[in-house]
Design a protein around this ligand. Structure first.
Ligand code: PMP
Length: 388
C-alpha cells in the first residue's frame, strides 16, 4: 500500500529540483562563503544570487533579506529584537492564534516586563481589526499577526492591518515607532507576498514549508527599522544572524522560491481541487464541522471536527493505514489541551477534541482522495461505536 502524506503544514517533501541545486554546494563548492579565497567567493556568489531571488519575490532590496535557520529563529529575531531596542515600558500585540514561536516568545517578553495583549479572532479564525485598533496604545512597539494560520488555514487581513499601522505611525513621535511583523510561513506558497503592499516591517518564512530544505529560512527586515540583534559572534547576515551561512540551504530555499514564482498559481488550483473533493466527500459523514471559511482560507489546509471521535485516535488509526494527518490540538507536545486556535474561534471542547488537520501540497493527487475517504469513514464509524 502506498502511503498518503496529508501533513504538509508540518513539513513538505523537498522538490527534486531543489535537491539538484543544493548538491554541488556539498560536493564541490563547499568552501566557507566568508573566506577570502576564490573557492569561498563561489559560495558567496551563490548566497548573494539567492538573496536576490528572495528579494525579488518579496519585492524588496537585497539588503533587506536575512537568511535564518527557519521561522522560529526569524520570529525570535523580530520580537526580541524590537523589545531589546526599546526595553522600558513597552507594549506588544499579537493575535490569539499565532504559532508557538510567536506566542511563547511573547510570553518570555512578558517576564521581562513587556505588556502583551492578544487580539481575538472571529469564528472563522480571522483577526478582528477593529479590536486590534482599540488595543493599540501610545507605547505599543510591535504588532505581530501571521499571514495565514497553520492549523485552520485562515488568511488574515494583513494589508488592512499594515494600513492601520501606517496611519498610526503618521501620528507618532518617530522615537517610538510601531512596527508590524507577519509570520508568512504558511502563506508564501499560495499568497501574494509583496512587502510594499503588505506594509510590514518584518516578514518571516521557512524553507521546509515550501518544498525546500529544513533548517533554513529567510526574513525581510525593512530598511531603517530599529531593533537590536539577539545573537552575537560574527558579521554574517549584516550582523543580524551571525554564524557561517548554510550555503546549500540558502541555494535550496532560493530554488524553492523560484519554483513558487513559476508554478505557484497552478499549484494553488491543483491543491484547491483536491481539497474541494475532500470537502465534498467528508461532508457525507454526519456530525462534522469544517473549521474555517473555505472561500477565503488557504487552498491546502482543511481542518475538520468530528463529533464523538477523538482527533488523536483518528490520527493513530489512520496512521496504521499509512495515512499521515495531524490533529488540531497541541498534541505534538503530548498535551491533550484543546487547540488554542480552535478555542480562540469559539469551538466547544466536544468539537475541538475531534478535530483533524489535512494539509496538502502540490504532490497530492485526486486519486488519493477515495482511498483516504474510505479509511476515514471506517475509522470514524469504529470510534463512534466505541464512544461512551
Ligand atoms: N510559524 C508558523 C505559522 C509555522 O507553521 C511554523 C512551522 N510549524 C513556524 C512558524 C516555525 O517554522 P520553523 O520550523 O522553520 O522554525
Amino acid at each position: 500500500m502506498k502511503n498518503i502524506y496529508y501533513d504538509n503544514a508540518a513539513t513538505t517533501k523537498v522538490d527534486d529540483r531543489v535537491i539538484a541545486e543544493m548538491i554541488p554546494f556539498y560536493t564541490e563548492h563547499f568552501a566557507n562563503p566568508h573566506a577570502v579565497h576564490s573557492q569561498g567567493q563561489i559560495a558567496l556568489d551563490a548566497v548573494e544570487k539567492a538573496r536576490e531571488t528572495v528579494a525579488k519575490f518579496f519585492n524588496c532590496e537585497n539588503q533587506e533579506i536575512i537568511f535564518t535557520a527557519g521561522a522560529t529563529e526569524g520570529n525570535n529575531i523580530a520580537i526580541q529584537g524590537v523589545v531589546n531596542k526599546f526595553k522600558e515600558n513597552i507594549h506588544i500585540i499579537c493575535s490569539a492564534i499565532e504559532h508557538p514561536s510567536v506566542l511563547e516568545t511573547c510570553r518570555e517578553m512578558k517576564k521581562r516586563g513587556v505588556k502583551i495583549d492578544y487580539v481575538p479572532v472571529d469564528e472563522n479564525g480571522v483577526v478582528l481589526v477593529g479590536k486590534l485598533q482599540k488595543l493599540i496604545k501610545s507605547n505599543t512597539v510591535l504588532v505581530s499577526v501571521m499571514y495565514a494560520n497553520n492549523e485552520v488555514g485562515s488568511v488574515q487581513p494583513i494589508k488592512e492591518i499594515g494600513e492601520l499601522i501606517k496611519t498610526e505611525n503618521e501620528k507618532r513621535d518617530k522615537k517610538l515607532p510601531l512596527y508590524f511583523h507577519t509570520d508568512a510561513v504558511q502563506a508564501v506558497n499560495y499568497l501574494d507576498c509583496d512587502v510594499s503592499e503588505l506594509n510590514c516591517d518584518f516578514l518571516t518564512m521557512s524553507g521546509h514549508k515550501i518544498n525546500g530544505p529544513k533548517g533554513i529560512g529567510a526574513m525581510f527586515i525593512k530598511k531603517g527599522v530599529k531593533f537590536s540583534p539577539v545573537q552575537f559572534g560574527g558579521h554574517q547576515e549584516f550582523g543580524v544572524r551571525p554564524g557561517t551561512a548554510n550555503v546549500p540551504g540558502i541555494v535550496g530555499l532560493a530554488k524553492a522560491i523560484e519554483l513558487i514564482s513559476s508554478e505557484g498559481k497552478a499549484n494553488f488550483k491543483k491543491v484547491k481541487k483536491v481539497r474541494d473533493k475532500l470537502v465534498k466527500e467528508i461532508s457525507k459523514i454526519d456530525n462534522i464541522k469544517i473549521n474555517c471559511d473555505l472561500s477565503t482560507s488557504l487552498p491546502n489546509i482543511l481542518n475538520v471536527s468530528f463529533l464523538k471521535a477523538e482527533g488523536e485516535s483518528i490520527l493513530m488509526m489512520l496512521d496504521m493505514e499509512g495515512i499521515a494527518i495531524s490533529t488540531g490540538s497541541a498534541c505534538s507536545s503530548g498535551s491533550l489541551e484543546p487547540s488554542h486556535v480552535l478555542s480562540a474561534m469559539g469551538r466547544k471542547p466536544e468539537w475541538s477534541h475531534g478535530s483533524i488537520r489535512i494539509s496538502l501540497s502540490k504532490f497530492n493527487s485526486e486519486v488519493e482522495v477515495a482511498v483516504f475517504i474510505k479509511a476515514l469513514s471506517v475509522v470514524i464509524e469504529k470510534l463512534r461505536k466505541m464512544a461512551p
